[in-house]
Design a protein around this ligand. Structure first.
Ligand SMILES: [Zn+2]
Length: 252
């Protein structure tokens, strides 16, 4: 039976029995993979803390290709991301990141770019900085990398660049409508042209320098509403980690 070796991010862990865990990984070389870790629930498990969500691991697993469930052979911690876990703020954002990644991806589609982006985003979380803008970058870029980039440049109907002070946005068409084209094309949201420029910047801004982005507070809220609806339109449901994240950000 073939062995697969790869770095991986632990996304989710379920208890399968009194002794075993079912672990969802996002791997660098094989995309999302589910694998059973035999004996992982035992007190003296050889996996130690390596199967905790958020952990970056060096993974060896086996099984037949194209089958649903694999078996974990070996799993060693590359980074436990202790600094993220030490702050409730970064911890909740990180949980949201990995739940979003898990929800938007299917098993068995290799995507090294998504893996690199997800791990870099976790590393960019910093307890000293409010992670809201990083979260916006994460949502928009992840959607784009997976082929769901919203069309923000030209009106999806007439292909012209918008000239009015605001544009309409249709979550159904995943794109903007200029003011003259709105007639007969109901849209769910209106976006100010200034906010649209910020959205475009978030899509291209250097991830490592995200703390240099300066966005007015009210625009930040608009951006949050926009990306949240974009995610909802794609998934058709709310993520479990989202209300927790909102609760935490509103109480601080
Ligand atoms: Zn138009």
């Amino acid at each position: 039976m073939p062995l697969f070796r790869t770095r991986a991010l632990v996304l989710k862990v379920h208890y399968l029995s009194d002794t075993d865990k079912l672990v969802t990984f996002f791997t660098e070389r094989y995309g999302k993979v589910k694998a059973v870790a035999k004996g992982a629930r035992r007190l003296k498990s050889r996996y130690g803390a390596s199967l905790e969500p958020l952990t970056l691991v060096s993974l060896i697993y086996f099984g037949k290709e194209h089958q649903d469930l694999f078996r974990v052979n070996q799993c060693d911690i590359v980074s436990f991301h202790q600094e993220i876990r030490d702050s409730l703020d970064t911890f909740f954002y990180a949980l949201y990141f990995i739940e979003l990644l898990d929800s938007l991806t299917a098993e068995g589609h290799c995507d090294t770019e998504v893996f690199a982006f997800a791990t870099a985003s976790l590393e960019a979380l910093n307890p000293e900085q409010n992670p809201e803008l990083l979260c916006r970058i994460f949502e928009l870029r992840l959607l784009s990398l997976l082929g769901y980039r919203p069309r923000l440049e030209q009106c999806v109907k007439c292909r012209k660049f918008p000239r009015s002070h605001w544009v309409g946005f249709s979550y159904n068409s995943q794109g903007i409508f200029c003011a003259p084209c709105l007639e007969g094309n109901p849209v769910e949201a209106r976006i100010k042209l200034g906010t649209l420029q910020y959205l475009k910047r978030l899509l291209t801004h250097d991830l490592q320098r995200w703390t240099r982005l300066k966005i007015p507070k009210d625009t930040e809220q608009e951006l949050e509403q926009f990306t949240h609806r974009l995610v909802l339109a794609r998934l058709g449901r709310e993520l479990k980690s989202y209300p927790l994240l909102k609760q935490m950000t509103q109480s601080t």
